[in-house]
Structures are given as C-alpha cells and as structure tokens.
Design a protein around this ligand. Structure first.
Ligand code: F6P
Length: 366
C-alpha cells in the first residue's frame, strides 16, 4: 500500500477541486498496488495539528467536485512551515521553523509522497521540504499566471473571464452616464489578468505593473476620445500598477503570519491623480477583488486542472520527486522545483499581447 497526502496552499483558485478529483480517480485505477489518498485540511495546518486534521479522499468523496470553486481541503496563505507564527501569552508573535517536525510527522504517518498544490510561495515551500528529504511534488495554481515554468496555470482563464464580464457590464453604464470607469483587477506584480481582460473587453486603457504609467498619457487618451465624440471610457488597472514616479498602492495588514504586501487602492489613486491633473469628467472605480477567484471554473481550467491531477499521480508513481507539473503546449511535462521557483512570469514589452493592445489603440500609460 502507498499513502499520498494532498495539500492545497496559498490563495484559493478555481480548478483546485478538479485537480484533487483527477488525482484520486487516477490513483484508484491502479490494480497492482493500492494507493491511499489523504488530504490535509487548511494546507499543512491539518498535518501539524494535534490531533491532526487529515481526511480520506476516495472516488466517492471527490465525485462531481470538478465544477466547484474553492478547495474541499481548505487553504491558507499563513501556513509556511518554515516561518510558522506562534502567538505567545503576552500577545507577541514568534516565528518558528516547523519544517523538521513536518517531515518527521509525514514519516510517522507512513506518508510516501506529498503533493503540494499551490502558487510560487507554496512551491518554494515544496522545494525547501524536498531538500529536507520529503518526497514531494508540486502542482502549480494561481489566477495571477505568474509562474514562468508553465505556459498557464489553471484558474487564470476563469479570472480573465470574470474580469471581462466586469468590463462588459461597466461599458453600458459608462456609456449611459458619460463617465470614466476604472476597474481594478488582481494579479499581484503581473499584469496578465488586466491585459487579457482589457483586450477581450475592449477597454480604452490598461495599466499594468510592468509599465509604470504617466498620468499625462491617460489624460491625452481621454481628451482625444472625448473630442472624437465618445463620451465615456473604461480603464483597467492592475492592483500592482504604479505611476512612473511612485510605488505600489497597499494597505496595512495585521493578520498574523501573512507574508505578502496587501495590494489595495490602485484605482482610487488613479482617480485622484486624474482629478489632480485636471480631468473634469465623472470618474468611478470598481474593485473586482475576490470575485475573480470565486465560483465555478470555466471549461479550460477544468481541463487543465484535470491534466495536472493525472500527471501529478504519474509523477508520484514514477518517483519523480522534487519536480513540478508544467503545461508546455500541447504537452503536460515536469520541471524541477528549483527551476520552477527561480523565475517568475511577467508581461514583457515584446509580448504579442502588448503589440495587440497597441494595435487596437489601447493606452498602456507609457
Ligand atoms: O495570488 C492570488 C491573489 O488573488 C492575488 O492576485 C492577490 O494580490 C492576492 O492573492 C490576494 O490575497 P488575499 O486573498 O490574501 O487577499
């Protein structure tokens, strides 16, 4: 008998359940050896807790879950075993390393393989645990699509679809009121969600982290558009976008163990900058936020997630540890975790999408 532990870590993402289902279904096809598939609740928390919170994943449990958003295992972005926050009696927080304990716990429970389904942060954890001797593989997920070692991550296209529907809705109200509507989308330091949705929705401007914007360039676009008789405009802005002479917009976050900068306020800041530059149009902003991560995955993401789940099982079966599943069109391959965590995927100015955006007169703020 072989025992595998599945973990979903970091922010949730449409398609996680489809990965879990595909992995379990594939594991149960084996007849020469029985594979027991377990799931740790709330990332590694379930494993490290006493008593632990680990559930059995079998075909009955995973039946039909591919259409459901979120993750049936739960997740957290505060559960890094290498930097585990412990709240002390006096209210202060101490950061401790529980990675050795985690590896030992897996050995005690007879776990033959760990499958860590997560984004860049989770895969860095996978790599660290692998170096400590844990037989682990990674399965990439993120709506941000910011991992260079895979063409796409599942969840991204669903987020793009949701953002595009947002633009479609904003266009009708912007046109009715003769307004400038700014829509802020997620993506952290990568502008993929913004760029794809802005092109799909026909936005007039798209501001991404990779191209710091000049407010005068947006003012010029608005002026030209208004003089041309169009009384409205839609601007898509990434949460991580920044002006030429400034940094990202963020908010304070007191959540214990949260290690990221909490990006917020890019759209509001842009409105204020446009007003300060003399824009006399009505401006409103919409922050799509977690709507982009919620709900049912679109077909593309269900398919990619299922491919990742099946490939993940094959890798575990073949003992390909220290590696991550990757989509290299049209194949699903594996890459070393080291490679997977060494490079991020940001929008390059040479990318065809940038050329396309410019080719359809979209203002990119430069
Ligand atoms: O990485 C996915 C993501 O949704 C980013 O696009 C966003 O910046 C971040 O997570 C939000 O994190 P949280 O769910 O902790 O607010």
């Amino acid at each position: 008998m072989k025992r595998v532990l599945l973990v979903t870590g970091g922010g949730d993402c449409p398609g996680l359940n489809a990965v879990i289902r595909a992995f379990v279904k594939r594991a149960y096809q084996e007849d020469k050896e029985y594979w027991e598939v377990l799931g740790s609740i709330q990332s590694f928390n379930g494993l490290l807790k006493e008593p632990n919170e680990i559930i059995e994943l079998n075909p009955k449990v995973v039946s039909g879950i591919h259409v459901r958003g979120g993750t049936i295992l739960g997740t957290t972005n505060k559960g890094n075993p290498f930097k585990w926050p412990v709240k002390k009696y006096d209210g202060t927080v101490e950061i401790v390393d529980r990675s050795d304990e985690l590896v030992k716990k897996c050995q005690l429970l007879g776990i033959d393989a760990v499958v860590n389904i997560g984004g860049d942060g989770s895969q860095r954890i996978s790599q660290g645990l692998y170096k400590k001797g844990l037989p682990v593989i990674g399965i990439p997920k993120t709506i941000d699509n910011d991992l260079a070692a895979t063409d796409f991550t599942f969840g991204f296209q669903t987020a793009v679809q949701i953002a595009t529907e947002g633009i479609d809705k904003l266009v009708t109200t912007a046109a009715s009121h003769n307004r400038v509507l700014i829509m802020e989308v997620m993506g952290r330091d990568a502008g993929w969600i913004a760029l794809y949705s802005a092109i799909a929705g026909g936005a007039e401007a798209c501001l991404i982290p990779e191209i710091p914007y000049d407010i005068n360039s947006i003012m010029k676009m608005l002026d030209k558009r208004m003089k041309g008789g169009k009384g409205f405009a839609v601007i898509v802005i990434s949460e991580g976008a920044k002006p030429k002479d400034g940094g990202v917009s963020f908010m304070k976050n007191d959540e214990i163990g949260y290690q990221n900068i909490r990006l917020a306020g890019a759209a509001v800041r842009l409105r204020e900058e446009l007003k300060a530059a003399g824009c006399d149009l009505d401006i409103r902003e919409t922050v799509l936020g977690h709507l982009q991560r919620g709900g049912t995955p679109i077909a593309f993401d269900r398919v990619l997630a299922s491919q990742f789940g099946v490939k993940g099982f094959e890798m575990v079966k073949n003992g390909e540890f220290g590696k991550m599943v990757s989509y290299r069109h049209p194949d699903i391959v594996s890459v070393s975790l080291e490679e997977a965590t060494s490079k991020m995927n940001f929008v390059s100015l040479e990318d065809n999408l940038i050329k396309t955006a410019r080719g359809i007169n979209m203002c990119l703020g430069d």
